[in-house]
Design a protein around this ligand. Structure first.
Ligand SMILES: *Cc1c(COP(=O)(O)O)cnc(C)c1O
Length: 420
């Protein structure tokens, strides 16, 4: 499973001193990854939440091949191309009403940085400069300096703390404490912040923490009434994960700014978009060049990535796609049910195709002692599961089978009895 030769590669979120050699994967197909020594791994977390329809989906692969041979990259300032035009138009048809413009970038973090810059640019350009951002406790919005600033502080970013800007944090709406969240948001909005940014319905990296659509709706209402921009970070929640195409749909809200990435290309190539309301674009639209939106990446709207996104959007035109998601959600629910009365676990929860449960451990949190043991155990079972501390979650590609899920949950049950 592992390659013994020394590699100069420094891997993400990996403590090389504690981790053996990396598993070398040579092929991906549907819900499976194949290693160089012939093992078949079930990808139970969609390769870090990006793979929606499965690895190497033929329709997406074909689109990539065709586009790569035709036009694979051009500057996106002053130039455009059909795949980007098609993706932008198709996105505006699918996303909540009121989002009128599409800004391309290449990762979820960048999409969030762009959202923050759009918000501050909006306020500055309308002559009412604002810069404070309101955030929810336990949130994750990326690993760049700006996105770390609006995300939860902790072991992940302690070393960089001096560089992070200050944000107003409202509590996570834990069951029974929802009003405190709403009151805190209301109070924060009185100080005229630029924006409130939130992961709709489920906080991913924060530990798959779920809250209700009615709360999301209420938070949007508070921001709207106070004239505070509402940014929905749907980088993880988009593309069917929560049971609807986008999480905001369940609350019937239209954010002022929305970020999408991960499943945008079906998990095939890096691409991200930040969508915004007309007013935000219009605040930058001027004969005065100082009001330009000054943001770009070299690979903005890469044409091959856009062709992959267009192919992904084709797949979403087929009603079978949502039927499949409902089936995965139901299969997940069925397998999760027995864990609800299992004394070894707590906080057994599900939203759409995502399930999560916490292994009762003496020390919780991301660095819980049990974490590396779980990782090793699942790897030994040829399962790609990557617990967040003592929180085990399953977020499979939508082509996962009932048998795959049986294997996954059997391993989760066994993992609870690993010697501490
Ligand atoms: C993954 C994630 C990001 C960051 O996306 P990258 O593509 O990894 O930069 C931002 N927000 C949320 C909610 C995410 O889950």
């Amino acid at each position: 499973m592992t390659s013994a030769a020394h590699s100069p590669i420094w891997h993400p979120f990996t403590q090389h001193a504690l981790h053996g050699a990396m598993t070398k994967v040579v092929r991906g197909d549907g819900a499976y990854l194949y290693t160089e020594d012939g093992a078949r791994i079930i990808d139970a977390i969609a390769s870090w939440w990006v793979v929606t329809h499965g690895h190497c989906h033929p329709h997406i692969v074909e689109a990539i091949q065709q586009q790569a041979a035709e036009l694979n990259q051009i500057i996106f300032a002053g130039y455009t191309h059909q795949p980007a035009e098609d993706v932008a138009k198709a996105l505006l048809k699918l996303t909540p009403k009121g989002l009128d413009y599409v800004f391309f970038s290449d990762s979820g973090s960048t999409a969030v940085e762009v959202a923050l810059k759009m918000a501050l640019g909006y306020w500055r350009n309308i002559g009412e400069p604002r810069s404070r951002i309101v955030v929810m406790q336990h949130s994750y919005h990326g690993d760049t300096v700006g996105t770390m600033s609006v995300g939860a502080r902790g072991v992940f970013n302690a070393a960089y703390e001096p560089l992070l800007f200050d944000a107003t944090v409202i509590p996570f709406p834990a069951a029974g404490h929802e009003q405190a969240t709403l009151d805190a948001l209301q109070a924060a909005c009185r100080a005229k912040p630029a924006a409130f940014i939130v992961e709709p319905l489920v906080l991913g990296s924060g530990g798959m923490l779920i809250y209700s659509p009615s709360l999301l709706r209420e938070m949007k209402r508070i921001c709207e009434a106070a004239g505070v921009l509402f940014i929905a970070d749907e980088v993880m929640t988009g593309w069917g994960r929560t049971g609807t195409l986008f999480a905001c749909q369940q609350a019937d809200i239209s954010p002022d700014i929305a970020c999408y990435s991960k499943g945008l290309t079906g998990g095939s190539l890096p691409l991200a978009v930040t969508l915004c309301r007309g007013e935000i674009y219009e605040a930058h639209y001027s004969q005065d060049r100082t009001r330009t939106f000054f943001h770009s990446s070299s690979y903005t709207a890469n044409s091959v990535a856009c062709a992959a996104a267009r192919a992904n959007l084709d797949l979403w035109q087929d009603p079978q796609c949502m039927t499949r998601i409902e089936a995965v959600a139901a299969m997940q629910a069925q397998r999760l049910a027995p864990f609800e009365s299992d004394p070894r676990f707590e906080n057994v929860r599900r939203i759409g195709t995502i399930t999560a449960l916490d292994l009762k451990a003496p020390d919780g949190g991301y660095l819980a002692g049990i974490g590396p043991k779980l990782l090793g155990f699942f790897a030994s079972r040829n399962l790609l599961l990557r617990p967040l501390g003592n929180t085990i979650y399953v977020m499979p590609p939508y082509c996962v089978t009932a048998d795959d899920l049986d294997e996954i949950y059997a391993a989760i049950s066994e993992a609870a009895d690993l010697p501490g």
